[in-house]
Write a protein that binds this ligand. Structure first.
Ligand code: SAH
Length: 410
């Protein structure tokens, strides 16, 4: 009796915010609106739950605390994290990091400069203008008829001052608000934005750009960037592996290897942002696994994007994981003009994005001529809309097969 009562007290009711398909025997599949009983919050990501008498693991982020007696609970959480997201862009730290990134910022400057003749009398929208740097480049280096600088964060108040201070108030109009909500007096010829995140899509600002394109870009108007690609390479990560995993083998002459499963969980479950991969750490030539065309890409396409890879190992080494980065291209407005490219890979000038590292649970020794092939998918989190899960499937010489999903971050 006592035990039963305790059991009942500890079980909590949750409602599924969206459907989920379990991918092994341990995971429960459920549909949006299903009521699940959560028995144990085993980790921050996976809970042990029950649905119609069947028990299994469920992803915690898909569940909303019980809507009791049929009453929908007021949603307090903000799945877009607008407050946190725009809050961080209201302070200088991120703008300092972005503006200090010469490679990034100079690329945008170069795009404007090399197309200045074609920008004459054009209407431009700078979506997410931040401090207004791209709008100011437009006003200084070209002669557009109007630049609408749209910024949702409170930085916009300062951006107005910066525009004035630099004598550009005739040309640049700062509009404070979300691009999805603001009204412009006219449609635009050019939509320029610096929307890229880690692994290209993280934070999904690209959705705002696509919505603005569909609403405000004139027929035949220009998107900058015009296309984007995600690149991947199998790599060594000797020092990271040594610091986080091999470390436990013999610290101070003691055997701490029982901590290695914990280390794997703590350091290899999520991707490592801001990892710098040296060209010599790449075991093969990189491969573009995803290509996005900014004219045709649709918001719904962002839910799941898949790509394939086939690499040929160039030198013997230890395959610790995959490293990813992106590149974007800005088409030329001049007929036959060369596009400008921003490449955040290890063979290009470093940028503040650096690269993203996905560690395998166990390193694999590889030799020249070995084939590493497989697929990658970027699955947008149905609840936390700025997050996604990257899943990698791979095989080495068609035999050693692996698969791993990396939440970024939820
Ligand atoms: N263009 C600037 C800032 C780029 S960072 C530069 O190149 O330095 C992206 C900026 O877009 C941030 O300041 C963020 O607050 C803003 N932003 C993101 N989504 C937005 C949206 N939907 N509407 C308006 N601003 C947005």
């Amino acid at each position: 009796m006592q035990a039963e009562e305790e059991d009942e007290v500890s079980v909590e009711e949750y409602v599924a915010r969206s459907s989920f398909t379990g991918n092994d025997n341990d995971q429960l599949s459920f549909s949006s609106g299903d009521v699940l009983l959560v028995h144990a919050k085993t980790s921050s990501e996976w809970w042990w739950a029950e649905l119609r008498g069947v028990k299994g693991y469920v992803p915690a982020s898909y569940l909303l605390q019980g809507a009791q007696e049929g009453e929908e609970e007021e949603e307090e959480e903000d799945p877009w994290q607008h407050k946190e997201y725009f809050g961080s862009y209201g302070t200088l730290r991120l703008h300092l990091e972005m503006l200090s990134d010469k490679s990034r910022t100079e690329t945008y400057r170069q795009v404007i400069l090399s197309n200045s003749a074609s920008l004459r009398n054009k209407v431009v929208m700078d979506l997410g203008c931040g401090t207004g740097i791209i709008s100011l480049f437009c006003a200084q280096l070209a002669e557009p008829s109007e630049v609408y600088a749209v910024e949702a964060s409170s930085m916009a108040e300062y951006t107005r001052q910066l525009v004035k201070q630099n004598g550009c108030e005739e040309l640049v109009t700062v509009l404070q608000g979300r691009a999805e909500e603001i009204e412009l007096p006219e449609r635009v010829d050019v939509l320029v934005s610096e929307w890229m995140g880690n692994c290209l899509l993280f934070e999904f600002m690209v959705e705002s750009v696509l919505r603005a394109r569909d609403r405000w870009l004139k027929e035949g108007g220009v998107m900058w960037p015009s296309s984007a690609a995600l690149s991947l390479v199998p790599c060594q990560a000797d020092s990271y592996y040594a610091e986080t995993m091999a470390f436990w083998e013999q610290p101070y002459g003691l055997d701490f290897t029982p901590l290695q499963p914990l280390a794997q969980q703590e350091f290899f479950t999520k991707p490592k942002f801001s990892h710098v991969i040296e060209p010599e750490d790449c075991l093969t030539a990189p491969c573009d696994v995803l290509q996005l065309d900014m004219y045709t890409l649709q918001v719904k396409d962002l839910e799941e994007i898949k790509g394939h890879f086939h690499f040929c190992v160039e030198k013997s080494g230890v395959f610790h994981g995959f490293s990813a980065w992106f590149k974007v291209q800005f088409e030329s407005l001049q007929r036959g003009g060369a596009p400008v490219e921003l490449n955040t890979g290890p063979n290009s000038e470093p940028t503040h994005w650096k690269q993203t590292l996905f560690m395998l649970d166990r390193p694999v020794s590889v030799h020249a001529e070995d084939a590493i092939s497989g697929s990658i998918s970027l699955r947008r989190n149905p609840v936390w809309r700025r997050h996604m899960t990257v899943t990698l499937h791979w095989s080495v010489n068609c035999s050693q097969v692996g698969t791993k999903s990396f939440p970024m971050w939820r």
